[in-house]
Write a protein that binds this ligand. Structure first.
Ligand code: NI
Length: 142
C-alpha cells in the first residue's frame, strides 16, 4: 500500500450514525475501508466524465434469447467494435432468459457509446453500464 496518511473528519452525529449503519449493512471492517471505497468511486466517476484516455466499463444485459433479432443485433454490435470488447460472460438464467456481462476497454467515449447502445437495444429487459477505473487510475492511488 502507498503511504497512508491519517486525517480527522468532523461530522454531525446523525450523519455518522447513518454512515455506521451503512458500513454494518455492507460488512465493512472499518470506516477507513468504506471511506477509501467512496473516494475511489467518486474519483472514478469524476475522472471518467472528463477522461480521454483508456477506460473500462462493465456492461450487464438481461434478455430473452428467443428474441433472435436481439441476440443477433447484440452480437453484431460487439463484432463491429471487437477491439473494445475484452471479455463476454454468458449465463443462462433459465429456459428463456440470459445474462451477459461484457467488459469493454478503450477510449472513454467509444466504450460508453457501445455500452449505451447495447443497453438501449430493443428487447433488453435490464441493462447497466458500470464504469470502473483503468490500470493507470489504480496505479496512481494504490
Ligand atoms: Ni443463454
Amino acid at each position: 500500500m502507498a503511504d497512508v496518511i491519517r486525517f480527522s473528519v468532523s461530522l454531525e452525529n446523525a450523519l455518522l450514525e447513518a454512515f455506521d449503519r451503512y458500513l454494518a449493512d455492507r460488512g465493512y471492517p472499518t470506516r477507513s475501508e468504506a471511506i477509501r471505497d467512496l473516494i475511489r468511486d467518486q474519483l472514478i466517476r469524476n475522472d471518467t466524465e472528463a477522461a480521454e484516455g483508456e477506460q473500462v466499463v462493465v456492461v450487464s444485459l438481461v434478455f430473452d434469447h428467443h428474441n433472435r433479432n436481439l441476440t443477433s443485433s447484440l452480437l453484431e454490435k460487439q463484432h463491429c467494435r471487437h477491439e473494445l470488447v475484452v471479455a463476454v460472460l454468458h449465463v443462462h438464467l433459465g429456459e428463456r432468459h440470459c445474462l451477459e456481462v461484457i467488459v469493454l476497454r478503450g477510449p472513454s467515449a467509444a466504450i460508453r457509446q457501445l455500452g449505451d447502445e447495447l443497453v438501449a437495444a430493443e428487447g433488453v429487459l435490464h441493462g447497466q453500464v458500470m464504469t470502473t477505473g483503468s490500470e493507470a487510475d489504480f496505479g496512481r492511488w494504490h
